[in-house]
Write a protein that binds this ligand. Structure first.
Ligand SMILES: [Zn+2]
Length: 120
């Protein structure tokens, strides 16, 4: 066994410094200050105030990320006022802003006209 060089770490640091500059061997706290700490905490606070994106909701036996889940106000059909949790209604609600029943009643066969009306 070779004897351990007590200067191994300082030598290593020196070598790293020569290759990458002294920024590579500085203690990270050297680059931190109260201003940065304050900004970081502010950022953290904002992040925590956001609605959780990855809360999972169980639907039809699947877990879905909440941000992919249709919002409550989109669950009420503006045509008939029906509130629905039916996934089938979600599809029509997303595309035509109506529930499935209203799609059949008012939209089917005149999709283009309907979407133009919605856009106007
Ligand atoms: Zn409806």
């Amino acid at each position: 066994m070779k004897e351990k060089d007590p200067n191994f770490i300082p030598k290593l640091e020196k070598a790293i410094e020569q290759k990458y500059g002294d920024i590579a061997t500085r203690n990270p706290s050297h680059f931190w200050n109260e201003e940065k700490e304050r900004a970081y905490l502010e950022q953290l606070k904002k992040e925590n105030e956001k609605p959780p994106e990855y809360t999972t909701i169980q639907s039809e036996g699947f877990f879905i990320k909440s941000k992919l889940f249709i919002k409550a106000h989109q669950r009420t059909c503006p045509e008939c006022g029906k509130y629905s949790f039916d996934v089938k209604d979600d599809l029509y609600m997303n595309k035509y802003s109506t529930c499935y029943k209203c799609y059949i009643l008012y939209v089917e066969g005149r999709e283009e006209k309907w979407l133009k009306k919605k856009m106007a």
